[in-house]
Ligand binder design. Structure first.
Ligand SMILES: Nc1ncnc2c1ncn2[C@@H]1O[C@H](COP(=O)(O)OP(=O)(O)O)[C@@H](O)[C@H]1O
Ligand SMILES: [Mg+2]
Length: 339
């Protein structure tokens, strides 16, 4: 990232996720214990093979890059091989490129190892992973591996057992908010608190998404409020959904259907509407637990119906009644209609 800002690229045009990507482990937000473990590794120098797993956008790749920079300093360029999912990482690449890198003589600070970074390692085929496992064994005294993945279960067992497994949890709303506020200050972004709440609501713990949406809203509208955020994110406005649920709870299904119609006419799909309903209900604090559960069940049933409808190609037909069913079922306890 430093290299990019030194080039001809106007720093203004850089995506903020890159511009503000932490360069030190200490700048990474959240997952304190795990990040602390990485800092200890960076300090002591004897890096084990590691796998960092967790949802997208929570700092896995960043952590590995920070770790490698802190371990190798100026020797990073020579001492690190980065391979991500867009590179070809089939068996041959693992055998040849990684092997050539592992055999290369490089001068490193004392006690340090060369590092191979394999981002999104869960997208590698089992065959390539087997080849990787052999390479890991053969070059273990000079080369260490850092893998990032969304699902650790997609990494073959023999690799897992050779690595320290670090799991990152999704970031809390407070953690995302704090970082968004920092960026608003740094970039002088006019905002109100509903706008930031909307960013947090849509990002669901994904910092990358929160920052991207902040930048898009700012560059599109110049002001970060809830309306602009939901326009940018192209999601139904939770306030409308909230109103719809409120009407349901009061038993006023006609009014609720009117809100639904409004979203429908605005072009949102059943999936958009149901997904947002689900999330609004989840965070609806005044609702009784039992009722909440009914709504969640109804949304889930509608979701599976929606996917089924897409699957069977009968999408438009069943479209209109899906949202209606969700509401009616949740409110009045209707049975689930058959397709
Ligand atoms: N924990 C975090 N602390 C600070 N910034 C973060 C964090 N997680 C993500 N980001 C921001 O999002 C971008 C993408 O993060 P990244 O590490 O690539 O996520 P992942 O690999 O988990 O999908 C980073 O460049 C940074 O701007
Ligand atoms: Mg990543």
């Amino acid at each position: 990232m430093e290299e990019t800002s030194k080039g001809n690229v106007d720093a203004y045009e850089l995506p903020w996720v890159e511009k503000y990507r932490p360069t030190l482990l200490s700048e990474i937000v959240g997952n304190e214990e795990t990040v602390h473990r990485l800092s200890l590794i960076a300090k002591e120098g004897n890096m084990p093979n590691v796998i960092i797993s967790g949802m997208p956008g929570i700092g896995k790749t960043t952590s590995i890059l920070c770790l490698a920079h802190e371990l190798l300093g100026p020797a990073y360029k020579e001492g690190v091989l980065e391979l991500n999912a867009s590179d070809d990482r089939g068996i041959d690449v693992v055998r040849n490129r990684i092997k050539a890198f592992a055999q290369k003589k490089v001068t490193l600070p004392p006690g340090r190892h060369k590092i191979v970074i394999l981002d999104e390692a869960d997208s590698m085929t089992a065959g390539a992973q087997q080849a990787l496992r052999r390479t890991m064994e053969i070059y273990s005294n000079t080369t260490r591996f850092a893998l990032a993945c969304n699902q650790s279960s997609k990494i073959i067992e023999p690799i897992q057992s050779r690595c320290a497994m670090l799991r990152y949890a999704k970031l809390t709303d407070a953690q995302v908010l704090k970082r968004l506020l920092e960026l608003c200050d740094l970039e002088n972004v006019p905002h109100n608190s509903e706008g930031l709440e909307a960013l947090i609501f849509t990002a669901e713990g994904d910092m990358r998404q929160a920052i991207n949406n902040l930048q898009s809203t700012y560059s599109g509208f110049g002001y970060v409020n809830a309306d602009n955020v939901f326009k940018v994110c192209d999601q139904p406005h939770p306030v409308i959904i909230y109103g719809m649920i409120e009407k349901c709870t009061e038993g006023d299904v006609d009014a609720a259907l009117q809100s639904l119609r409004q979203l429908w006419d605005a072009g949102y799909s059943a999936l958009d509407i149901i997904t947002t309903t689900f999330r609004v209900v989840k965070s609806y604090s005044q609702m009784e637990e039992g009722t909440k559960l009914d709504y969640i069940k109804a949304s889930a049933a509608s979701l599976s119906k929606t996917s089924l409808t897409i699957y069977t190609g009968n999408w438009t037909d069943a479209h209109a009644d899906i949202g209606r069913c969700a509401i009616a079922r949740a409110t009045l306890g209707f049975d689930r209609p058959t397709l």
